[in-house]
Design a protein around this ligand. Sequence first.
Ligand code: ATP
Ligand code: MG
Length: 248
Amino acid sequence: MKVVALHNLKGGVGKSSAAVNLAREANRDGLPVLLWDLDAQGASTWILGGENGMSRKVGKLLSGKSPLGEQVQHTPWERFDLLPADMRLRELDRILEDKAEGDKHLKRLIAPFSEEYALMILDCPPGLSTLAEQLIRAADRILVPTIPSPLSVQAFSRMLAHLELKKRQRERVLPFFNLVDRRRRLHCEWIDSPPEALGRTLENWIPYASDIERMSLENRPLADLAPRSRATHAYRRLWQELKTELGE
Ligand SMILES: Nc1ncnc2c1ncn2[C@@H]1O[C@H](COP(=O)(O)OP(=O)(O)OP(=O)(O)O)[C@@H](O)[C@H]1O
Ligand SMILES: [Mg+2]
């Protein structure tokens, strides 16, 4: 099973939108997919029509005392499952910090799912958390949705500095541009030639598209909501690029 995390220090940059649509594209491509909504806000849980958990049990599950698989919900799409957000996720950092395994606790929580799924997508909350620090151990790729702006680049550099990654780990962190508006000069320039501070970026990018905002009104991924939309095709290309990346 491959594990892909959507992460950014910044909020509101398109992590949840990408998590849902990349998961659905991979699922349309025939892969059994599990999306784990690790953000207590529950945006991807909401879009997929899942039920936010509120159970006391989740503390036990996150600390590894009982199997996390008990919380898995089906979505309306076959072989596309959801591990929904839960209010107890607010305590996730404390739980991850507590564990004796050091920075491998998240990886251990994920491991049992590899029997059933070919791909796991992690929708992460914004911020520099213990979760963020453990992602590099747990995920094959960390995708960083990035709005083309100098402040986004600065946030990205800060995130890298905080994580203190080794060279090979750094290579698995891949920004991609989101909310691209081709009427803006900077956006056009950066798509063609991304700033060096971002390092290697994915080639595909997601345009600004109002269809994306509609996902949380109609509770469906773009492929089902607006199959012909530019944004749907953009996420599809992004998935194809990611698939190649994961196959390497
Ligand atoms: N390419 C896009 N075009 C138009 N709207 C977008 C695009 N990407 C994201 N949005 C909208 O921007 C808002 C934030 O997106 P999203 O929830 O995916 O970001 P996030 O990084 O997960 O946010 P948070 O940090 O709060 O978890 C949402 O209303 C979403 O519909
Ligand atoms: Mg989100």
